[in-house]
Design a binder for this molecule. Structure first.
Ligand SMILES: C[S@@+](CC[C@H](N)C(=O)[O-])C[C@H]1O[C@@H](n2cnc3c(N)ncnc32)[C@H](O)[C@@H]1O
Length: 223
């Protein structure tokens, strides 16, 4: 915990600051707004809207962190008739005493689900409710080997200047091979080099309007 510090972001929600990396877990312009915009609206809901008849969705998240993307996906999925498998990778799981002090503006039912998401076992699938299955792995992406395809990838690693090894062509190639046909990868990052490298491995890449405080973000589709 020594290197992790709580911060309140511009929309009132919390984030963590990692002083070793000099990096925040979310945008300081609004953690909640960023997650909703980048991962939920431009990733999950975009996909659901495009494939209206879809009944099963596999999501892969790189960087479980505070679990914000996970709980927001869970909340949105309550409104849908979709069976969702959410897989998330996190080599450095946060302690419960940190999680307990985060404020994502959740109501009491959502808070119960958030706790369940965090307290559930790692390395094996757990049903959070009848339509949401969660599998968390304490693994780095490079060590994650699975024979499965994902419809949506939330690429939420620390920024390229902090963790350059995660923003390389060979990593994107691995993610491309894990993406189902017509599947999408979304990321808050809009760097030109990242966009070109995602294109290089075969994705069709769109630059979309970014969340508050950021001009653009990227969505990559396996067409
Ligand atoms: C930007 S933060 C995560 C944000 C997270 N989605 C959230 O909502 O809190 C990046 C996360 O990636 C994790 N991470 C670091 N190296 C990783 C790796 N090699 N593979 C997967 N995740 C990694 C970090 O520990 C951190 O939790």
């Amino acid at each position: 915990m020594n290197n992790l510090h709580f911060k309140q972001t511009a929309d009132g929600s919390s984030t963590l600051y990692n002083s070793l990396l000099n990096e925040h877990y979310h945008s300081i312009h609004g953690a909640l707004n960023e997650s909703i915009h980048v991962f939920i609206r431009k990733g999950f809901l975009y996909f659901v809207d495009l494939f209206k008849s879809v009944k099963d969705i596999n999501i892969l998240e790189i960087g479980f962190g505070t679990g914000l993307n996970c709980i927001l996906t869970y909340i949105e999925n309550l409104k849908l008739n979709i069976s969702l498998n959410y897989t998330s990778l996190e080599p450095f799981p946060l302690e419960m005493k940190i999680i307990d002090n985060l404020d994502f503006n959740l109501d009491s039912k959502q808070l119960d689900a958030f706790k369940l998401i965090h307290q559930s076992f790692w390395e094996k699938p757990v049903k959070i409710n009848k339509q949401f299955s969660l599998e968390k792995f304490t693994l780095e992406l490079k060590d994650f080997n699975i024979n499965k395809l994902y419809d949506i990838i939330y690429f939420d690693a620390f920024a390229p200047n902090k963790q350059p090894e995660l923003w390389k062509v060979d990593v994107f190639n691995k993610l491309f091979n894990l993406t189902s046909n017509n599947g999408v990868l979304v990321t808050y990052c809009a760097k030109g080099q990242v966009r070109r490298d995602l294109e290089k491995v075969g994705y069709f890449v769109e630059r979309l309007e970014g969340p508050p405080g950021k001009r653009e973000m990227l969505r990559a589709t396996k067409v």
